[in-house]
Design a protein around this ligand. Structure first.
Ligand SMILES: NC(=O)c1ccc[n+]([C@@H]2O[C@H](COP(=O)([O-])OP(=O)(O)OC[C@H]3O[C@@H](n4cnc5c(N)ncnc54)[C@H](OP(=O)(O)O)[C@@H]3O)[C@@H](O)[C@H]2O)c1
Length: 232
């Protein structure tokens, strides 16, 4: 994803790359964020969840707006992100696609209308993805939960027991080079509604991250999400 962001920034006349950081190194790439002392307007993070501590310390000390696109954060790491929103603008989304932002909105609507139905979420990703379920699957489950506060997340199923009515089934498939698919299924005894998003090219996440970076650059401290970018 970092490479995609670099490519898009280089294509865009109004943007320029201050620095690229990756612990794996590479030509023209810095290994440690703290070693960069030059100017910057915004930081875009596509790395590993554990990097959040260094990123937030750095951004707070420089008063630098940050787009957190990385997924898989622990509770403690999420708390660190929340803490940073009290000092700097933080754009945080497990999915930077505008299409998924729209899907999330539609999922909320469907969950509000079909309150008693069974909800199942299926996500598919390439076989190199580290975290499961995807951050987006959890984001979609959270969207359902806004309408059904008693919902309980059920990650996969095995054994012999019936489905509880308040379960949200969450299923992660890992295969080949699938960029990212998310399907939310609402089923009653008489009908099924399926809402689905398919990402065809990873560039879409980089495009969204750059749109998010442009969006927060002049915003006051606080938490910003794709809903803000999408508009009310
Ligand atoms: N929000 C979205 O829309 C969206 C879309 C796509 C991906 N993502 C998320 O973005 C993250 C990156 O995805 P990816 O596909 O680009 O993964 P990737 O190919 O594994 O790239 C991550 C890179 O970050 C490096 N890295 C790890 N820890 C670091 C640290 N502390 N400081 C600096 N660099 C570090 C890794 O180095 P090593 O190889 O040495 O570990 C690796 O080169 C994942 O969490 C993924 O789920 C989010």
């Amino acid at each position: 994803m970092g490479q995609e962001v670099i490519r898009l920034v280089q294509e865009e006349n109004e943007l320029s790359l201050a620095v690229a950081v990756d612990q794996a190194g590479g030509e023209g790439i810095l290994r440690n964020l703290k070693d960069y002392t030059g100017p910057a307007d915004v930081l875009v993070d596509f790395s590993n969840h554990a990097a959040i501590w260094d990123i937030m310390d750095y951004c707070e000390s420089k008063k630098l707006p940050v787009v957190v696109a990385t997924t898989g954060h622990t509770e403690k790491e999420l708390e660190r992100i929340a803490e940073a929103t009290e000092k700097i603008p933080v754009f945080h989304s497990a999915n930077m696609s505008v299409g998924v932002a729209l899907l999330t909105r539609l999922v909320k609507q469907a969950a509000a209308i079909f309150r008693g139905c069974d909800v199942e979420i299926i996500e598919k990703h390439h076989n190199r993805k580290l975290d499961a379920p995807s951050g987006t699957a959890l984001l979609l489950a959270d969207a359902v939960k806004t309408q059904r506060p008693d919902a309980v997340y059920q990650y996969g199923r095995e054994g012999i027991h019936k489905r509880e009515p308040n379960e949200i089934g969450i299923h992660a498939l890992r295969m080949g080079s699938v960029v990212g698919e998310h399907e939310v299924i609402f089923s009653t005894d008489s009908q099924t509604i399926t809402l689905k998003h398919e990402a065809h090219d990873r560039a879409l996440f980089a495009e969204g991250a750059i749109a998010a970076a442009n969006y927060i650059i002049d915003k006051p401290k606080g938490l910003y999400r794709m809903e803000n970018l999408l508009g009310e």
